[in-house]
Design a binder for this molecule. Structure first.
Ligand SMILES: *Cc1c(COP(=O)(O)O)cnc(C)c1O
Length: 406
């Protein structure tokens, strides 16, 4: 009997250690990790550079608070800005916290401009921005809001991909548009470049902040360091977390100097945010990701895996509908319930994650190699064959029962 609050339906499986794209269970079995702790372990498990960075920092100082300078946090912020549109960074500890911060930056910008009434934010159906009260209201999913009191005010939801609906939703109180370049939790729904560029144009025309939630898409997941770079759209504000620390909890809000002009001393804070351990992990992740050829290699492997998954999907139309995604943020849209598909994958010692729209996310670490991709595809193919046989057997049995009844 576990004393953990039962908010998760956990698989009865625990891991002892990991190596690259592999996790070893407490019973000694090796699992191919296409889950990555929900898109977090972008450099796989026990990456030597990350292990060494944390070990070295652990021997020096863990935490000092943000009332003192943290040189490695200044360095990580400078590097993130150098690699993006941003001029400043606020560090926090999770994705939801990053998005809370991003929402605050967007609202404060208008207050600093003498328009404090501009607080409303346009968000999209199927979005996921976290589990705090404001990010739940932004995501707008009824099942997550139920029983937690009145949703935080100020979010207007429109269908994802619908520029006309966005334009109609803009009013005198609108402050920002908040969007995921690819809806991860929502079912690996990829925003088209026209849609995302259209949002930029609407923001420019109406003086709105364009906020990208890159908590899942950021840090190389879609093949560029940030997903918006792949579609040539520049936001004003961006939230990061998941892969930023390679498994160590750290989140960040990035913005331009203009967007962040209201964020003066005392306007926001976090006790743990950007502590020496977290930023040591973040700097180590960047060392690897910014090395020559790293992102290009991840992009190539993403294309290869997507191609192979499309072949598997075509071979098993009774199990899969289609393959979607960008880079190594891939989704298999399923015909059979996605939890059954994930269980069948697990029987083949492959880990994957569920998403909305009956999708199974395939999220290997960015360091996955071609042999491991081939192995993943073989296991997925085998699991699909077994699911088909099970479905066939169930269908074959049905007429017999009918016959008995008659
Ligand atoms: C995971 C996720 C979040 C929330 O991150 P937490 O660290 O769980 O709070 C927010 N936005 C997106 C797009 C995510 O994928």
């Amino acid at each position: 009997m576990s004393h953990l609050m039962p908010t998760y339906a956990r698989a009865d499986l625990a891991f002892e250690r990991g190596e690259g794209a592999w996790l070893v269970s407490t019973t000694g079995e090796r699992y191919l990790d296409c889950h990555c702790g929900v898109a977090v372990n972008a450099l796989g498990h026990a990456h030597p550079a990350l292990v060494e960075a944390l070990r070295a920092q652990a021997e020096k100082v863990w935490h000092v608070s943000n009332l003192f300078r943290v040189p490695a946090a200044e360095r990580l912020a400078a590097r993130l800005c150098e690699a993006s549109f941003a001029d400043m960074v606020f560090f926090c500890n999770s994705g939801a916290e990053a998005m809370e911060g991003a929402i605050k930056v967007a609202r404060k910008y208008h207050a600093a401009n003498g328009q404090p009434e501009r607080v409303r934010i346009i968000t999209f159906e199927g979005a996921f921005h976290g589990r705090t009260l404001a990010t739940l209201a932004a995501g707008g999913q009824k099942k997550y809001l139920e029983g937690f009191g009145p949703p935080v005010e100020g979010f207007d939801q429109v269908p994802y991909g619908d520029l006309d609906a966005v334009e109609k939703a803009i009013g005198p109180e609108t402050a920002a548009i908040l969007v995921e370049a690819v809806q991860g939790e929502g079912g690996v729904r990829v925003g088209t470049p026209q849609f995302l560029r259209g949002l930029r144009d609407l923001c420019d025309a109406h003086g709105l902040m364009l906020v990208f939630d890159e908590v899942q898409t950021g840090m190389g997941r879609t093949g560029t360091l940030f997903a918006h770079q792949g579609v040539g759209v520049t936001p004003d504000v961006m939230g990061l977390a998941k892969a930023l620390g390679g498994g160590f909890p750290i989140g960040a809000v990035l913005c331009t100097a203009e967007a962040g002009k209201g964020m003066t001393p005392g306007t926001h804070g976090s006790t743990f945010g950007g502590n020496p351990l977290a930023v040591a992990a973040g700097n180590a992740v960047l060392d690897v990701m910014l090395a020559d050829g790293f992102l290009e290699a991840a992009q190539r492997r993403g294309l290869l895996l997507k191609q192979r998954l499309a072949e598997v999907s075509d071979r098993h139309p009774a199990v899969f509908r289609e393959v979607r995604g960008a880079g190594l943020l891939l989704g298999l849209a399923c015909v059979v319930p996605n939890d059954r598909v994930i269980a069948a994958f697990r029987d083949e010692k492959l880990l994957a994650v569920a998403a909305g729209d009956n999708v199974v996310r395939i999220l290997p670490p960015l360091i996955v190699d071609e042999t491991e991709i081939a192995e993943a595809v073989t296991r997925i193919d085998r699991a699909a064959t077994r699911l088909e046989r099970a479905a066939g057997a169930a269908q074959g049995a049905a007429p017999k029962l009918e016959g008995l009844k008659g």
